[in-house]
Design a protein around this ligand. Structure first.
Ligand code: ADP
Ligand code: ADP
Length: 232
């Protein structure tokens, strides 16, 4: 479902260039929950942002579904990005918009009618357990509820893939577990492929099927979670 081939990404040029990731090869199957773990500065965010081309890799190819994203024009890429949802550590909600309007935002961009939009927002609110909170503003919600809004918004256009950028790092342990359960639930119910980055081992252990460990921009270990973490 996601194929990263020989991906490298440098920031800057010449003697000040930083090679944030280099020669990364990862293939993720449909329906998998795949985790990328590494220390701060290892290149996790850069790698994740290369999957939907928020960062354009310096070299290499990115394929999602059967579409090679790295060879698309900007307009074609905008279409394809609807198939890739993303959630963030600090939620990135619109603070002046209600929960319903935050969730409806990608639906407006996809030009749904008012009626279709209302129906879809109702479904999404139910999916993430926020039926009672649609008319609130983000400031009136807990961290876990904000991330539920982020998840609903990311799923609005029925994507095939969900990218999670340290999605539970700003949450307390109990809330973290409830968000991780929701991600598993969504993975099972919708068959969506999940790619997450984290610096927390327990996130990997609790929900991932496979893991890649990255250090200094390169993959140093990859495999089934049990295999990678039970090795002597
Ligand atoms: P992580 O997510 O694992 O903390 P990042 O992908 O954020 O790692 O960063 C990897 C490396 O790339 C770090 O050395 C970081 O300073 C550098 N880096 C990340 N983003 C930029 C940027 N926009 N400009 C320059 N350097 C960057
Ligand atoms: P995270 O912990 O999520 O990786 P960071 O604090 O490393 O977040 O980065 C936040 C933002 O700053 C990102 O957009 C990243 O691309 C950018 N960034 C990170 N390192 C650098 C850097 N050395 N120079 C310029 N921008 C950077």
């Amino acid at each position: 479902m996601i194929e990263l081939r020989d991906i490298s990404k440098s920031y800057g040029t010449g003697s000040t260039a930083v090679e944030a990731i280099r020669d990364v090869n990862i293939t993720i199957d449909k329906g998998e929950i795949f985790g990328i773990i590494g220390h701060s500065g290892a290149g996790k965010s850069t790698l994740l942002r290369c999957v939907n081309l928020l960062e354009r890799p310096t070299t290499g190819t990115v394929t999602v579904g059967d579409v090679e994203l790295t060879k698309l024009s900007t307009t074609q890429l905008q279409q394809q990005r609807r198939r890739i949802g993303m959630i963030f550590q600090h939620f990135n909600l619109l603070s002046m918009a209600t929960v319903r309007d935050n969730i409806a935002f990608p639906l407006k961009l996809a030009k749904l009618s008012k009626g279709e939009m209302k129906k879809r927002v109702d479904e999404l609110l139910a999916l993430v357990g926020l039926e009672q909170h649609g008319n609130k503003f983000p400031a009136q919600l807990s961290g876990g509820q904000k991330q539920r809004v982020g998840i609903a918004r990311a799923l609005a256009n029925n994507p095939d893939v969900l990218l999670c950028d340290e999605a539970t790092s700003a949450l307390d342990p109990q809330t973290t577990n409830s968000i991780l359960s929701l991600l598993v639930d969504i993975n099972q119910k919708l068959g969506i492929t999940i790619l997450l980055i984290t610096h927390e081992m327990h996130v990997i252990r609790s929900i991932c099927d496979r893991v890649a460990v990255i250090d200094d921009g390169g993959v140093v270990e990859m495999g089934d979670v049990l295999e990678v973490f039970l090795k002597p």
